[in-house]
Design a binder for this molecule. Structure first.
Ligand code: ADP
Length: 231
Protein backbone atom coordinates (compact mmCIF):
# COMPACT_ATOMS: atom_id res chain seq x y z
CA UNK A 1 0.00 0.00 0.00
CA UNK A 2 1.22 3.50 -0.85
CA UNK A 3 1.42 6.42 1.55
CA UNK A 4 -1.82 7.68 3.08
CA UNK A 5 -0.83 11.23 2.16
CA UNK A 6 1.60 11.90 -0.67
CA UNK A 7 2.60 15.50 -1.26
CA UNK A 8 4.63 15.86 -4.43
CA UNK A 9 6.42 19.10 -5.36
CA UNK A 10 3.65 21.47 -4.26
CA UNK A 11 4.12 25.20 -4.75
CA UNK A 12 2.06 28.24 -3.83
CA UNK A 13 2.85 31.70 -5.13
CA UNK A 14 1.58 35.10 -4.03
CA UNK A 15 2.39 37.33 -7.01
CA UNK A 16 5.97 36.48 -7.86
CA UNK A 17 6.77 35.31 -4.33
CA UNK A 18 6.88 31.57 -3.59
CA UNK A 19 5.49 30.97 -0.08
CA UNK A 20 5.82 27.20 -0.69
CA UNK A 21 8.32 26.08 -3.28
CA UNK A 22 8.45 22.43 -4.36
CA UNK A 23 7.56 20.74 -1.07
CA UNK A 24 7.33 16.92 -1.03
CA UNK A 25 6.65 14.49 1.79
CA UNK A 26 4.64 11.42 2.69
CA UNK A 27 2.61 10.45 5.71
CA UNK A 28 1.31 7.09 6.92
CA UNK A 29 -2.00 6.40 8.58
CA UNK A 30 -1.82 7.25 12.29
CA UNK A 31 1.54 8.97 11.88
CA UNK A 32 2.31 12.36 13.42
CA UNK A 33 4.57 14.74 11.49
CA UNK A 34 5.96 18.01 12.87
CA UNK A 35 6.18 20.87 10.39
CA UNK A 36 8.55 23.40 11.89
CA UNK A 37 10.55 26.38 10.75
CA UNK A 38 10.97 30.09 11.34
CA UNK A 39 8.17 32.60 10.91
CA UNK A 40 7.22 33.09 7.27
CA UNK A 41 8.80 29.83 6.12
CA UNK A 42 5.55 28.60 4.54
CA UNK A 43 4.12 26.22 7.14
CA UNK A 44 0.62 27.71 7.32
CA UNK A 45 0.52 28.12 3.54
CA UNK A 46 1.27 24.40 3.24
CA UNK A 47 -1.66 23.62 5.58
CA UNK A 48 -3.85 26.00 3.58
CA UNK A 49 -3.00 24.14 0.36
CA UNK A 50 -3.61 20.70 1.92
CA UNK A 51 -7.00 21.83 3.26
CA UNK A 52 -7.98 23.42 -0.06
CA UNK A 53 -8.08 27.03 1.18
CA UNK A 54 -5.55 27.78 -1.58
CA UNK A 55 -5.19 25.90 -4.83
CA UNK A 56 -1.59 24.84 -5.39
CA UNK A 57 0.19 26.53 -8.32
CA UNK A 58 2.09 23.34 -8.98
CA UNK A 59 2.50 19.80 -7.73
CA UNK A 60 0.08 17.11 -6.63
CA UNK A 61 -1.46 15.88 -3.40
CA UNK A 62 -2.78 12.34 -3.10
CA UNK A 63 -4.80 11.40 -0.03
CA UNK A 64 -6.32 8.00 0.72
CA UNK A 65 -6.04 7.05 -2.96
CA UNK A 66 -7.58 10.27 -4.34
CA UNK A 67 -5.90 13.22 -6.03
CA UNK A 68 -7.07 16.21 -3.99
CA UNK A 69 -4.93 19.19 -5.05
CA UNK A 70 -7.67 20.62 -7.27
CA UNK A 71 -10.55 19.96 -4.86
CA UNK A 72 -12.35 22.79 -3.06
CA UNK A 73 -12.03 22.87 0.73
CA UNK A 74 -15.52 21.49 1.46
CA UNK A 75 -14.77 18.37 -0.62
CA UNK A 76 -11.42 17.93 1.06
CA UNK A 77 -13.18 18.19 4.42
CA UNK A 78 -15.77 15.65 3.28
CA UNK A 79 -13.11 13.10 2.40
CA UNK A 80 -11.54 13.39 5.84
CA UNK A 81 -8.97 16.19 6.08
CA UNK A 82 -9.79 18.73 8.76
CA UNK A 83 -7.90 21.36 10.63
CA UNK A 84 -7.57 23.77 13.49
CA UNK A 85 -6.49 27.39 13.05
CA UNK A 86 -3.70 29.45 14.52
CA UNK A 87 -6.45 31.85 15.59
CA UNK A 88 -9.45 29.63 16.40
CA UNK A 89 -12.38 30.06 14.03
CA UNK A 90 -15.36 29.40 16.28
CA UNK A 91 -18.63 31.30 15.94
CA UNK A 92 -18.31 33.78 18.82
CA UNK A 93 -22.01 34.53 19.18
CA UNK A 94 -22.97 30.83 19.35
CA UNK A 95 -22.63 28.61 22.39
CA UNK A 96 -20.03 25.87 22.60
CA UNK A 97 -22.79 23.31 22.00
CA UNK A 98 -24.11 25.16 18.95
CA UNK A 99 -20.58 25.46 17.53
CA UNK A 100 -20.08 21.70 17.85
CA UNK A 101 -23.58 20.97 16.49
CA UNK A 102 -22.83 22.99 13.33
CA UNK A 103 -19.72 20.88 12.73
CA UNK A 104 -21.60 17.63 13.50
CA UNK A 105 -24.37 18.63 11.07
CA UNK A 106 -21.82 18.87 8.25
CA UNK A 107 -19.90 15.73 9.18
CA UNK A 108 -19.64 13.02 6.54
CA UNK A 109 -17.84 10.57 8.84
CA UNK A 110 -18.65 9.30 12.28
CA UNK A 111 -16.31 10.93 14.83
CA UNK A 112 -13.66 8.53 16.25
CA UNK A 113 -14.34 10.03 19.69
CA UNK A 114 -17.16 12.02 21.24
CA UNK A 115 -15.55 15.46 20.95
CA UNK A 116 -17.37 16.83 24.01
CA UNK A 117 -16.36 14.03 26.36
CA UNK A 118 -12.92 13.54 24.84
CA UNK A 119 -12.04 17.21 25.27
CA UNK A 120 -13.90 17.57 28.56
CA UNK A 121 -16.15 20.37 27.40
CA UNK A 122 -19.25 19.28 29.34
CA UNK A 123 -18.92 22.11 31.86
CA UNK A 124 -18.92 24.92 29.30
CA UNK A 125 -21.46 23.73 26.70
CA UNK A 126 -23.84 26.63 27.38
CA UNK A 127 -21.19 29.37 27.25
CA UNK A 128 -20.92 31.70 24.27
CA UNK A 129 -17.70 30.92 22.39
CA UNK A 130 -16.75 34.60 22.47
CA UNK A 131 -16.45 34.48 26.27
CA UNK A 132 -13.96 31.59 26.32
CA UNK A 133 -10.27 31.95 27.14
CA UNK A 134 -7.57 31.02 24.60
CA UNK A 135 -7.18 27.43 25.77
CA UNK A 136 -10.95 26.88 25.72
CA UNK A 137 -11.29 28.42 22.25
CA UNK A 138 -8.47 26.22 20.94
CA UNK A 139 -10.11 23.18 22.52
CA UNK A 140 -13.43 24.11 20.89
CA UNK A 141 -11.68 24.56 17.54
CA UNK A 142 -10.25 21.05 17.93
CA UNK A 143 -13.67 19.72 18.99
CA UNK A 144 -15.18 21.13 15.79
CA UNK A 145 -12.47 19.44 13.71
CA UNK A 146 -12.97 16.14 15.58
CA UNK A 147 -16.74 16.30 15.12
CA UNK A 148 -16.14 15.66 11.41
CA UNK A 149 -14.31 12.38 12.07
CA UNK A 150 -11.06 13.41 10.37
CA UNK A 151 -8.64 10.86 8.95
CA UNK A 152 -5.99 13.56 8.69
CA UNK A 153 -5.92 16.37 11.21
CA UNK A 154 -3.94 19.53 10.43
CA UNK A 155 -3.09 21.37 13.62
CA UNK A 156 -1.78 24.93 13.32
CA UNK A 157 0.05 26.27 16.38
CA UNK A 158 -2.17 24.52 18.88
CA UNK A 159 0.20 25.06 21.81
CA UNK A 160 0.63 28.81 21.28
CA UNK A 161 -1.03 30.65 24.17
CA UNK A 162 -1.45 27.51 26.28
CA UNK A 163 0.20 26.98 29.67
CA UNK A 164 2.38 23.87 30.28
CA UNK A 165 -0.49 21.93 31.87
CA UNK A 166 -2.86 22.70 28.99
CA UNK A 167 -0.12 21.84 26.48
CA UNK A 168 0.47 18.49 28.16
CA UNK A 169 -3.22 17.73 28.09
CA UNK A 170 -3.39 18.55 24.34
CA UNK A 171 -0.34 16.33 23.75
CA UNK A 172 -2.00 13.37 25.45
CA UNK A 173 -5.15 13.89 23.39
CA UNK A 174 -3.35 14.11 20.05
CA UNK A 175 -1.34 10.98 20.89
CA UNK A 176 -4.58 9.16 21.66
CA UNK A 177 -6.04 10.23 18.29
CA UNK A 178 -2.97 8.97 16.44
CA UNK A 179 -3.33 5.62 18.25
CA UNK A 180 -6.87 5.53 16.84
CA UNK A 181 -5.38 5.82 13.33
CA UNK A 182 -5.77 9.57 12.78
CA UNK A 183 -2.79 11.02 10.89
CA UNK A 184 -1.74 14.41 12.24
CA UNK A 185 0.44 17.23 10.91
CA UNK A 186 1.43 19.67 13.64
CA UNK A 187 2.69 23.11 12.68
CA UNK A 188 4.56 24.49 15.66
CA UNK A 189 7.13 26.97 16.82
CA UNK A 190 7.26 25.37 20.22
CA UNK A 191 9.66 22.51 19.61
CA UNK A 192 8.99 20.88 22.98
CA UNK A 193 5.37 20.34 21.91
CA UNK A 194 6.49 18.66 18.69
CA UNK A 195 9.08 16.66 20.62
CA UNK A 196 6.43 15.17 22.90
CA UNK A 197 4.31 14.15 19.89
CA UNK A 198 6.67 12.80 17.27
CA UNK A 199 10.24 12.09 16.32
CA UNK A 200 9.70 12.96 12.66
CA UNK A 201 9.94 16.56 11.56
CA UNK A 202 10.23 18.54 8.38
CA UNK A 203 12.02 21.84 8.77
CA UNK A 204 11.05 24.54 6.28
CA UNK A 205 12.81 27.71 5.33
CA UNK A 206 11.76 30.21 2.65
CA UNK A 207 9.12 27.83 1.29
CA UNK A 208 11.47 24.87 0.97
CA UNK A 209 12.13 21.78 2.99
CA UNK A 210 15.67 22.04 4.37
CA UNK A 211 15.56 18.97 6.63
CA UNK A 212 13.54 15.82 7.10
CA UNK A 213 14.26 13.37 9.85
CA UNK A 214 14.24 13.12 13.61
CA UNK A 215 14.14 16.17 15.82
CA UNK A 216 17.41 15.35 17.57
CA UNK A 217 19.31 15.28 14.26
CA UNK A 218 17.49 18.45 13.16
CA UNK A 219 18.82 20.30 16.19
CA UNK A 220 22.38 19.28 15.20
CA UNK A 221 21.98 20.07 11.50
CA UNK A 222 24.15 23.07 10.48
CA UNK A 223 21.64 24.45 7.95
CA UNK A 224 18.76 24.11 10.41
CA UNK A 225 20.82 25.88 13.05
CA UNK A 226 21.67 28.61 10.62
CA UNK A 227 18.05 29.46 9.77
CA UNK A 228 16.17 28.19 12.77
CA UNK A 229 17.68 28.83 16.15
CA UNK A 230 15.37 26.67 18.21
CA UNK A 231 12.71 29.38 18.57
P1 ADP B 1 4.63 30.39 8.48
O1 ADP B 1 3.36 29.66 8.74
O2 ADP B 1 5.80 29.48 8.35
O3 ADP B 1 4.88 31.49 9.47
P2 ADP B 1 3.25 31.42 6.16
O4 ADP B 1 2.88 30.23 5.36
O5 ADP B 1 2.19 32.06 7.00
O6 ADP B 1 4.53 31.09 7.05
O7 ADP B 1 3.81 32.54 5.19
C1 ADP B 1 4.84 32.27 4.24
C2 ADP B 1 5.10 33.52 3.45
O8 ADP B 1 4.00 33.75 2.58
C3 ADP B 1 5.26 34.78 4.30
O9 ADP B 1 6.25 35.58 3.71
C4 ADP B 1 3.91 35.43 4.20
O10 ADP B 1 4.01 36.82 4.33
C5 ADP B 1 3.46 35.04 2.78
N1 ADP B 1 1.99 34.93 2.70
C6 ADP B 1 1.21 34.06 3.36
N2 ADP B 1 -0.08 34.23 3.03
C7 ADP B 1 -0.10 35.25 2.12
C8 ADP B 1 -1.13 35.89 1.37
N3 ADP B 1 -2.42 35.52 1.50
N4 ADP B 1 -0.77 36.89 0.53
C9 ADP B 1 0.52 37.25 0.38
N5 ADP B 1 1.54 36.68 1.04
C10 ADP B 1 1.24 35.69 1.91
Amino acid sequence: MGAFLKVDQISKRFGGFYAVNGLSFELKQGEILGLVGPNGSGKTTCINVLSGIYAADGGTVEFDGKMIHTMPSYKISNIGINRTYQIPKCFHSLTVKENIDVALAHAKHKPQVDPVEFLELQGIMGRNAGTLNTAQQKTLDLARALATGPKLLLVDELAAGLNPEETESMTTKLLHLSEQGVSIIVVEHLLSFVHALTKRVIVMNAGKQIFEGDLESASKDPLVNQVYLGG
